[in-house]
Design a protein around this ligand. Sequence first.
Ligand code: PLP
Length: 398
Amino acid sequence: ASVLSDRISALQESQTIAMAKKARELIAQGIDVINLSFGEPDFQTPEYIKDAAKQALDEGYTKYTPVPGYVDLRQAIADKLKRENHLDYECENIVVSTGAKQALANTVLSLVNPGEEVIVFAPYWVSYEEMVRLAEGVSVTLMGALENDFKVTAAQLEAAITPRTKLIMYSSPCNPTGSVFSREELAEIAAVVARYPQVHIIADEIYEYINFVGEHVSIAQFDEIKDRVITVNGFSKGYAMTGWRVGYLAAHKQIASACEKMQSQITSGTCSIAQRAALAALKGGRSSADEMVEAYRRRRDLVLELVADIEGLITPKPSGAFYIFPDVSGFFGKTAPDGSVIENATDLAMFLLNDAHVAAVSGEAFGAPSCVRFSTAAADEKLREAFLRIKDSLKRLV
Ligand code: PLP
């Protein structure tokens, strides 16, 4: 028998991390792998934010921090939510966490009882399912149609709600698909949720700034459901601050307090220096993000152009984030030069790693077993080279 708990045994290792590990192994052997498996900006954190962290250290910000975050940071977050998202929140509604990931985990663990259902819009971000599993909830995946840019509709949602439904989780802009819900689509979803008072929604808005269509809508803007929406956001993607580990949630006080309690027993307040840097980031507004977004847009367009030239990769045009998520099922059943048969997206991702030396992530990790996710957060030359190699490799499948 294993010494490990059933809980940890049931949990899956993050497949994105597993793929990155394999890619690193090949790189260590001297192979020139182009890594498009990361969900990470390739930019450095802007200088003014780094400077704020250095200053924080010099000013002695080295002590335990309040569990829900420094008051001035929470106030700045409330101001941001008011200014950019038209949401009225006070400090008491905000909990700063160690990355958006912890904000998500705090919420799931604070709301979901064993056996309660969580509707997860698929394709979904890898960790949602595992968080639900940790909470002993039952995840119910709802798949968005490729023809609808992978977006779940209000009608699909309504058909999936049961008396046991407690929570809905989605990201917009979406990782892995890059799709962005419009105001109309969210209004329809909100109208459905309004009819089921036991249902809450986690809106994961971590890619908010990386949006090529313009309008970002927070579903918490719909007043009739606002008290049941938990808005999650952070600094990792928009400010290129993945390593700093600062995220936050905004929610009804009762939920925010529960998340604070959860966090108080697991990690306490987020890193003092990182919080001071996050405050500086917000004070600097979104201009640094806007510059990065221009690069992400250019790369998206470049990649779409390259992919259009590759038969069998079918991809909607992403509206945000920095991924493309093509359907690759046309290759299933084909044979590689070494005689192995590509049965699924995981086999295809592995083939591309070994043959094209391009690392991507199988859609299976995102609940979409006919797709593969490629990050477009890489230098233009790398992207060009990667998709030329992919094109060559795919031609070798017969
Ligand atoms: N939500 C989504 C959709 C993500 O893609 C990620 C990171 O990859 C996160 C949350 C986690 O963000 P953080 O690094 O702030 O924990």
